[in-house]
Design a protein around this ligand. Sequence first.
Ligand SMILES: C[S@@+](CC[C@H](N)C(=O)[O-])C[C@H]1O[C@@H](n2cnc3c(N)ncnc32)[C@H](O)[C@@H]1O
Length: 210
Amino acid sequence: MSFLTAFFYDRVMAKTEAACLRQWRRELLAQVNGEVLEIGAGTGANITLYSERVSRLTLTEPDRHMRRQLEEKIANHDPQRLGVSEGNAENIVAEDESFDYVVTSLVCCSVNDLDASLREVKRVLKPGGGLVFLEHVAAPEGTSRRRWQNRINPIWKIFMGNCHLNRETENAIIEQGFEITRIERESMCNAPPIVRPTIRGIAIKPRPPR
Ligand SMILES: C[S@@+](CC[C@H](N)C(=O)[O-])C[C@H]1O[C@@H](n2cnc3c(N)ncnc32)[C@H](O)[C@@H]1O
């Protein structure tokens, strides 16, 4: 991501955040507790929305320009409870089964390899732990919006930090063996039509059979 994209990120997102994203983030994150990993935390849009029931929050952000803003935002937080690292989703630097929840918001569109990232999420989640997701996704196959997403995607991802418009993230989550226990599909308000379709919810890593 370029310096400029990172610099203007919060300002570009402000109207969409106010119109719906902030509320969606708040509702989702209210359910999160224990040891939590947030991947691709960006400029830290979620950090004030975690409750006291989160015992430790680890934020990863591979982009140095975004990470600088993130580090500035967390400067006054307790370092025992909140840490930042550089890692990317395809190669999470953490022990197997070490988190109760992993959070991704507007990240699955941008990772290089979505399947590898979700495999890593599953590896680091405890059995019964949850992937909390809020993602913009592909419109249904055969729709005019999907055709526009497919057409614009090659250019869009070059200028928008590898953001893909047409990822079938819900299918990818299911294919990695998660059980989606809550999902909402809504249109992102105050956003360009090609990024409006979203999914948000929780996918559980199944416990092994006894
Ligand atoms: C659209 S921003 C979303 C930021 C933040 N999560 C939010 O909700 O506002 C996408 C973020 O994903 C990060 N990202 C891109 N590729 C990544 C990867 N392979 N692993 C982890 N994060 C990645 C980017 O650096 C960027 O901060």
